[in-house]
Design a protein around this ligand. Structure first.
Ligand code: FAD
Length: 518
C-alpha cells in the first residue's frame, strides 16, 4: 500500500526534472517497468471542469485502454463552464459537447456529488465525501483538477461590511450554483451605483450583467431568481476600478468591446479616462488595437436614452478602506501613479492624493484562489499559498513539502492541471493546452517506467469498486453520468419551451431528485 508519507529519498546525481527532483524510484530501468506493467493506467481525476475533462480526453486518446474515474463534488459536471462563464457567452460552453463525448467512452466513469477531502467542500448535496488517502490506495495516478474555488481578499478595513461581495459569489449566484442560489443582494433594489474593484474579464462579466437590459438576459440560461432580481435592479452606474493604468488592465479587447456594444443602453462615462493615451509609437499589435478601442470608447457621447445606464473605467486607484455605518456607503482609494504608463510590468505607486467613490454595492473582483485539499498536509503534498496553487514542476508533476538540496521532491503518481496547477489564470483554450501538456507528461512517465502509486502493490488497482468500501454515506447519493444525462435532458427540454439553451436546476434537492428518478 502506498498511501502514506512520501519516503525520504537519496538521489542519484543529475536525476532532476526542471527545478524538481524526481523520486529515485523513477530512475529504475524503464524496461523493467514496462514488462511489469503490461497494461494501461487507471487514473482518478478530481474535478470535472475543463482541465479534468481535457486531461481525460488526451489520456484516453493517446494511451489506449486508460481507465478514468472522475470525482466531482457537485451533482453537475463542467466546473466553471457551467457555473462561471457568463450566461450571454453560450459559445464558450460549446466545449461541453466534447466533454460529453469523453464521457461516452466505456473506460470513463463519473462520480458526481462526491467531494474528495471534506464533506460538501464545493457544496454537493448530503455532503458525500471520500478521503484522498483512499484514492491513493486504489489508482495508479491521481490528477488534481479541482480548480480555484475560493477568492482572494483585499485585506483593507471594512471588507466584511454588508454590501461588499466577491464577484465569485455574484457569478455563482446568477449561474444557479446550488451553494449560492439563496444569497440575497438587497442592494440591487436599493443602490443606484455599484463599484467593481478589479479590471479583469470577470469584472467585465459582472458589469455586463448589471448593465444589460434584462430582456436580453432572459434568452440565456441565467437563473430565474437572478433575472427577477436584476429586473428590479436600480443600478444605473457601474465603476470598474483598477489600481494600474489602461495599458496594464487585465481584461481582453473582446470583452471590452462587449461593453461598448451595449451602447446606447449603457455608455462609457469617460471623465476618469487618461487624456494622454496616445503614445508616440505603439508597435505591439494587441496593444495598438486595445488603444484603438479605448479611443473609440472615449469618443462615444452620452446616450440620449433616458433609460440608459452608464459605466466607467477608473484607473490608478487602490482601495484603502470601505466606509459606511453598518452597510457600505462607499470606497476610499489612494490615487496611484505609474513609472511608465505603457510598460506591462509598470508598478502602481501611491501618491498622497485620495478619492472616494460612493456606492452601496461593491464587488471585489481580484481573482479566485485554490486551497489545499484535506489530506494534503498528512501526505506531504506541497501547496504554494502565495500563488494559490499546488506545488508543481510546471509540467504537472506534484511536489512534496519535503526538499532535497533545497528543491522539492516530485511525488510519484500525483499530477495537477488547470487552475489548481497554475492559479486562476487563463481561458478555456489555455486550460485545454495545459491539460494536454500534463496528460503528455503522465503518458511519458507511464511509458518510461517512472514510479506510479500502485507500483508497490501486488494487484493492479481497482478504482471506485474498492474506494466505495471507504465511503460512509449512502452510495445511492452519488450521481453517475447516466443520472446527469437525465438532468441535462430535462434542463434542455424546459429551456427549449422558453427559447433558452436550458433552464438549470438549482437546489441540491432538485438536482438529486431529477437525477435519481428514472
Ligand atoms: P474549474 O472549471 O473550476 O473546475 C474545477 C472542478 O473541480 C469544479 O467542477 C469543482 O466543483 C470541482 N471540485 C473542486 N473541489 C473538489 C473536490 N474537493 N472534490 C471533487 N471535485 C472538486 N474562459 C473562457 O474561455 N471564456 C469565458 O468566457 C470565461 N469566463 C469565465 C468567467 C468566470 C467568472 C471565470 C471564473 C472563469 C472564466 N473563464 C472563461 C475561465 C475558465 O472558466 C477556466 O479557464 C476553466 O474553467 C478552468 O478549468 P479548471 O478545470 O481548472 O477549473
Amino acid at each position: 500500500m502506498n498511501c502514506g508519507r512520501v519516503p525520504q529519498c537519496r538521489l542519484r546525481a543529475g536525476a532532476t526534472v526542471n527545478k524538481f527532483i524526481r523520486h529515485p524510484w523513477s530512475v529504475i530501468s524503464p524496461r523493467y517497468y514496462s514488462v511489469v506493467r503490461g497494461r494501461s493506467p487507471f487514473i482518478a481525476i478530481i474535478g470535472s471542469g475543463p482541465a479534468g475533462f481535457y486531461t481525460a480526453q488526451r489520456l484516453m486518446r493517446k494511451l489506449s485502454g486508460t481507465q478514468i474515474d472522475m470525482y466531482e463534488g457537485l451533482a453537475a459536471p463542467f466546473g466553471l463552464s457551467r457555473y462561471g462563464v457568463a450566461p450571454d457567452h453560450p459559445e464558450v460552453k460549446e466545449c461541453e459537447k466534447s466533454f460529453e463525448d469523453v464521457a461516452k467512452d466505456p473506460n470513463f466513469k463519473f462520480y458526481g456529488n462526491l467531494s474528495v477531502g471534506s464533506r460538501g467542500v464545493v457544496g454537493g448535496f448530503h455532503g458525500c465525501a471520500v478521503r484522498l488517502s483512499s484514492l491513493l490506495r486504489n489508482y495508479d495516478g491521481i490528477v488534481f483538477a479541482y480548480g480555484s474555488s475560493k477568492d482572494r481578499i483585499l485585506g483593507v478595513p471594512g471588507e466584511d461590511m454588508k454590501g461588499v461581495y466577491s464577484a465569485r459569489e455574484f457569478v455563482a449566484w446568477y449561474n444557479s450554483h446550488p451553494s449560492f442560489s439563496e444569497i440575497d443582494f438587497p442592494q440591487l433594489r436599493e443602490a443606484e451605483e455599484a463599484t467593481i474593484i478589479g479590471q479583469g474579464n470577470v469584472a467585465l462579466d459582472v458589469a455586463r450583467m448589471l448593465l444589460t437590459p434584462v430582456d436580453e438576459l432572459r434568452k440565456t440560461d441565467m437563473a430565474d431568481y437572478a433575472l427577477e432580481a436584476l429586473s428590479r435592479s436600480r443600478i444605473r452606474r457601474v465603476h470598474l476600478v483598477g489600481r494600474r493604468g489602461a495599458m496594464q488592465a487585465a481584461f481582453t479587447r473582446k470583452e471590452l468591446r462587449e461593453l461598448q456594444e451595449l451602447y446606447p443602453k449603457a455608455y462609457l462615462q469617460s471623465q476618469h479616462f487618461p487624456a494622454d493615451l496616445l503614445p508616440p509609437k505603439v508597435t505591439d499589435r494587441v496593444k495598438k488595437r486595445m488603444l484603438q478601442t479605448f479611443h473609440a470608447l472615449r469618443e462615444m457621447s452620452p446616450s440620449a436614452d433616458p433609460e440608459a445606464k452608464s459605466w466607467s473605467l477608473d484607473f490608478l486607484l487602490s482601495p484603502t478602506s470601505f466606509y459606511g455605518s453598518g452597510s457600505v456607503e462607499g470606497t476610499a482609494f489612494a490615487v496611484n501613479q505609474l513609472s511608465d504608463p505603457f510598460a506591462d510590468n509598470a508598478k502602481a505607486i501611491a501618491t498622497d492624493e485620495s478619492v472616494k467613490i460612493p456606492s452601496q454595492l461593491v464587488f471585489r473582483s481580484i481573482g479566485y484562489k485554490a486551497v489545499p485539499l484535506d489530506g494534503f498536509a498528512e501526505l506531504n503534498i506541497g501547496f504554494d499559498t502565495r500563488k494559490g496553487c499546488i506545488l508543481n514542476d510546471g509540467m504537472g508533476r506534484v511536489g512534496s513539502t519535503e526538499t532535497l538540496d533545497e528543491k522539492p521532491v516530485a511525488i510519484p503518481g500525483l499530477y495537477c492541471v488547470g487552475w489548481a496547477k497554475n492559479g486562476p489564470i487563463g481561458k478555456i483554450v489555455n486550460t485545454f493546452q495545459d491539460a494536454n501538456d500534463t496528460a503528455e507528461n503522465i503518458i511519458a512517465d507511464w511509458k518510461s517506467g517512472s514510479r506510479f502509486l500502485s507500483d508497490s502493490q501486488a494487484e493492479p488497482p481497482q478504482g471506485m469498486s474498492k474506494v466505495q468500501e471507504d465511503i460512509d454515506t449512502n452510495l445511492s447519493d452519488i450521481v453517475s453520468w447516466e443520472d446527469w444525462v437525465r438532468v441535462d435532458t430535462q434542463e434542455r427540454l424546459e429551456g427549449q419551451a422558453l427559447g433558452k439553451p436550458r433552464v438549470k436546476m438549482v437546489a441540491h434537492k432538485e438536482l438529486s431528485q431529477e437525477a435519481k428518478v428514472p
